[in-house]
Design a protein around this ligand. Structure first.
Ligand code: F6R
Length: 247
């Protein structure tokens, strides 16, 4: 695990965008695994800025998103498709045919999970997977549990996740209870993983993820076993880490 300390949210976002840019320079048709949420917004903004300057080209990039709420249409402002389109895709020269997000409208979980797994396989796997960290240690929507879920699956969201995501909805009742998500196995099979973490609220869980035992009750702790994972944490998020790890 390579752990990089950033000064603040902006510095974290810039550093993450630098790593993604380097990936696209090395392999212009990379398969990027992408995440939604508050954490990557600054990273997407920075990438858009460099694209506007003419420094980045997304024309050959393929993307697969981690997850999508079950039951939301792509044009629902709370859907992850909408989030990705508004915060990233509509600002860059990506071909929307190369954009992949689980279909929240598919009722049949087996059908949708098979379809999405086939897409990832047909793309040849993920070159670089961007991740945020849930307050409860989840990655994607792999919630704390008794085992690590390997493949893409339909998950019932933990109450703590519903509470955390309620800020984006008019009321907590509107937060969907189910989502499609890449599994821990899908995430771990990415060539490279980039986890970005920001804010005091994530300090405790980040310490467990990096320094604690590998447990399904802390899903992101499995990243300790990945051969190429970079964590960029801002000062607040990294404040409880053993400082020796950061030198
Ligand atoms: C989003 C996702 C989630 C978030 C996590 C952190 O696609 O898969 O795991 O990365 O919930 O969310 P924020 O960044 O809003 O704290």
């Amino acid at each position: 695990m390579k752990i990089i300390k950033a000064k603040d949210y902006q510095d974290m976002s810039r550093k993450a965008a630098n790593i993604i840019s380097a990936q696209l320079i090395l392999k212009p048709n990379s398969v990027l695994g992408l995440a939604t949420g508050s954490t990557p917004i600054g990273t997407y903004k920075q990438l858009i800025e460099w694209y506007n300057k003419g420094d980045l080209d997304f024309s050959q990039v393929r993307t697969v998103n981690l997850d999508e709420y079950k039951g939301l249409e792509p044009d629902n402002p709370q859907s992850y498709y909408y989030f990705m389109y508004e915060n990233f895709f509509k600002h860059i020269n990506i071909d929307l045919k190369n954009v992949h997000i689980p279909n929240g409208l598919e009722e049949d979980p087996i059908k949708e999970c098979n379809r999405y797994q086939d897409i990832i396989s047909s793309l040849g796997g993920i070159d670089l997977q961007l991740l945020g960290l849930g307050n409860n240690g989840h990655i994607g929507f792999n919630e704390p549990g008794n085992c690590f879920n390997k493949i893409i699956h339909c998950v019932e969201l933990a109450q703590s996740t519903i509470d955390a995501n309620a800020r984006f909805f008019n009321s907590i009742e509107e937060v969907p209870r189910y989502a499609y998500t890449m599994g821990i196995g899908s995430i771990m099979s990415a060539e490279k993983i980039l986890l970005i973490v920001s804010g005091k609220g994530k300090a405790q869980i980040l310490k467990k993820v990096i320094e604690g035992p590998i447990l399904p009750s802390v899903p992101a702790s499995i990243l300790q076993l990945h051969k190429n994972v970079t964590i960029i944490a801002d000062q607040e998020a990294s404040s409880l880490l053993d400082q020796k790890l950061l030198d």
